[in-house]
Design a protein around this ligand. Structure first.
Ligand code: NAP
Length: 297
């Protein structure tokens, strides 16, 4: 039987710990942590993620605000928005929701954040620190996915692990967290991507497979080794007339096909997603701590 590695209980535990850290940690003259989420207008697959962030922040005692970007925004204007948030002392943490259209220069804008406020760890300084084995913040989705596997008993040292996807915000940070010297995971990591000619061969021998491609049903019996655990990071909306709204969230794993084949599969929704959101709150509390817990300088 294939286990379902749910993320909701772990997420609740992380949020409770964050709330306790905030409740007991606000110094005299200080304030609770504050997180700002910057995103494009209009509905997107991440509208749901934004609502989750707002709810989780409230539960953790974090002040949350979201900023909708103007539709006609340019890359320099986006960088200015981010710079202004970076300079604002009442804000501890900023997340720039992605994907953004390439002309908006996501990487340049995220890199305008100081290390402490780049709470999703996607700017140049944050990624450099991660590669050097001295991260400050790392992408919440990467930390969340690995946390979920560990929570369900995976010990990575010496294991063969595959990451399917290599974006600098999702797949690559997972591979780095698992393989960079000094971070404790010490796995032997294979990274597959769209130019990998034969996915099944690339994944041979992997005991854990992280799906980060955003391709529904890519991970099935013909690609995943028998007995491997699948941590499904993918999150895509597919049409489904049988559900309210006509859209359903799915990941990269074909759960039905993998039943009885994989050791475990994380569900979508309810697996990596809630742990990612809770991890973002944990990182926000860390940013607040690094920046002096809201006490005026
Ligand atoms: P992305 O930038 O589009 O990257 C997708 C990656 O998958 C690329 O590296 C691509 O290869 C690779 N890929 C595409 N088709 C493939 C195939 N057939 N075989 C092997 N590799 C393939 O997407 P992203 O921003 O990294 O996001 C990945 C997924 O994670 C999306 O579904 C996103 O919604 C989800 N996500 C989930 C959470 C969460 O909390 N659960 C948070 C963030 C993102 P190339 O590099 O060669 O193009």
């Amino acid at each position: 039987m294939t286990a379902r590695w749910d993320g909701r209980a772990l997420s609740e535990g992380l949020l409770t710990a964050a709330r306790q850290a905030v409740e007991s940690g606000v110094p005299e003259g200080g304030r609770p942590p504050s997180l700002v989420s910057v995103h494009l207008p209009g509905p997107s697959p991440f509208s749901f993620y934004l609502r989750q962030q707002a709810r989780a922040a409230e539960g953790a005692g974090i002040t949350f605000r979201d900023i909708t970007l103007a539709p006609e925004l340019t890359a320099p204007a986006l960088r200015d928005v981010v710079r202004a948030l970076d300079a604002e002392p009442s804000i501890d943490a900023v997340i720039l929701e992605h994907p953004l259209p390439p002309q908006l220069g996501f990487f340049g804008a995220a890199s305008a954040l100081r290390l402490e406020k780049d709470v999703d760890g996607v700017g140049a300084a944050s990624l450099g620190r991660l590669v050097a084995g001295q991260p400050v913040h790392v992408p919440a989705v990467a930390r969340g996915a690995i946390k979920l596997a560990r929570h369900h008993g995976v010990a990575f040292p010496g294991r063969r692990v595959a990451v399917v996807g290599r974006s600098e915000t999702v797949g690559l940070p997972i591979a780095l967290l698992l393989g960079v010297r000094g971070l404790g995971a010490d796995a032997t990591v294979t990274v597959a991507h769209s130019r990998t000619p034969d996915l099944a061969t690339a994944l041979e021998g992997a005991e854990v497979v992280f799906g980060c491609a955003g391709k529904p049903k890519l991970l099935n019996r013909s690609t995943v080794p028998r007995g491997a655990a699948v941590v499904d990071v993918g999150l895509v909306s597919v049409p489904d007339d049988s559900v309210p709204g006509g859209q359903r969230a799915v990941g990269d794993a074909d759960g039905e096909d993998l039943e009885g084949w994989a050791r475990a599969v994380t569900p979508v929704p309810g697996g990596v997603g809630p742990v990612t959101v809770a991890t973002l709150m944990e990182s926000t509390v860390q940013a607040w701590d690094l920046l002096g817990r809201g006490k005026p300088e």
